[in-house]
Design a protein around this ligand. Structure first.
Ligand code: MG
Length: 316
């Protein structure tokens, strides 16, 4: 599709955006299929060669809790044997200090921690209160500082919770501020159930700025469950956010809805950013062919509109 999308800049949007690719972790963790380690390494390698520079590859969690990611050590070791561009930063999610030491032992230098904006999700997903979760994160950050490890912080359920419904902006601001105070270099605001709309996104970013967490410290993590992910992303960009999480091919689905549409698809994001004339460094064609290949591995079509549109065109 040469020459498309046409580039038309939009005032107030950053000139370059860093995409944090979460497909291999957040995506595959929520897929029912369990892929071979070599296939996952192929995925990461292809994503890196497509120009993605920040890739969350796995999670160092208990294998019995997340069997899809039970091969974390083996995967990172395999990636060490692959030829990845020097600019690529690999990271992994760690729930606690034990997970951190496993990640460092595997050779990673960057990790992510996660907590919930709501008490209900902390209890259901983390099996502890928000305060207990923050205490575990504090321990991870203290240990990470000693080893010079960069830590990214995820806050889930920022815009709605499957048990509590509405989530107050002030609650998210309070948890987010705590994560930054503990030492997270970036805060990723997660719309875990995909219910955010653009006004809510702007209100959240403005409220965080009021407590000293400016858009340069923020990333956004939208889910497309209700079709709002790209509108929300654009609203965040217009507030000055320049770090966006996305999942190649929309891998992941949504565990809290019957929809197959979960994470914002990286291709859909790249298409919009290309149209806006924003630099991402990502080659859309290579990314699309990677996600088309991954859909074959998983035995189902990609959730990404751009992957569907571009692979259909290729088949003509
Ligand atoms: Mg997600």
């Amino acid at each position: 599709m040469t020459g498309l999308p046409q580039q038309m800049a939009l005032e107030g949007v950053p000139r370059s955006v860093t995409i944090h690719e979460v497909g291999p972790r957040d995506g595959l963790q929520n897929e029912t299929a369990v892929l071979a380690t070599a296939t996952k390494a192929d995925l990461v390698e292809r994503l890196a060669h497509a120009g993605l520079t920040s890739i969350e590859v796995t999670a160092f969690v208990r294998p019995e809790r997340v069997p899809q990611l039970a091969d974390a050590e083996a995967l990172v070791a395999e990636l060490g044997r692959r030829q990845l561009p020097a600019s690529v930063r690999l990271s992994a999610l760690v729930p606690n200090v034990e997970g951190l030491s496993r990640a460092l032992g595997a050779g990673l230098h960057e990790v992510a921690v996660f907590t919930s904006a709501t008490e209900s999700f902390a209890k259901a997903n983390l099996n502890r209160s928000r305060e207990e979760s923050l205490a575990m994160i504090a321990a991870v950050l203290a240990e990470a500082e000693r080893s010079g490890t960069a830590v990214r912080g995820y806050v889930s359920m920022c815009f709605g919770d499957p048990w509590e419904g509405a989530v107050q902006v002030a609650e998210v601001v309070s948890v987010g501020r705590r994560l930054v105070d503990l030492g997270c270099y970036e805060l990723s605001l997660g719309d875990t159930i995909g219910v955010a709309t653009p006004g809510h996104v702007v209100a959240m970013i403005e409220a965080l700025a009021e407590v000293g967490v400016g858009p340069e410290r923020l990333a956004v993590h939208f889910h497309d469950t209700y079709g709002q992910a790209l509108a929300n992303t654009l609203a965040a960009l217009q507030c000055g956010v320049s770090s966006v999480d996305a999942s190649a091919g929309g891998l992941g689905g949504c565990p809290f809805a019957k929809s197959a549409t979960g994470n914002l698809a990286t291709e859909d994001l790249v298409f919009q950013l290309e149209g806006l004339g924003v630099q991402t460094g990502v080659h859309l064609d290579e990314l699309v062919s990677t996600s088309a290949w991954m859909a074959e591995q998983l035995g189902r079509p990609s959730a990404s509109r751009v992957v569907r549109a571009m692979t259909k065109e290729d088949a003509r």
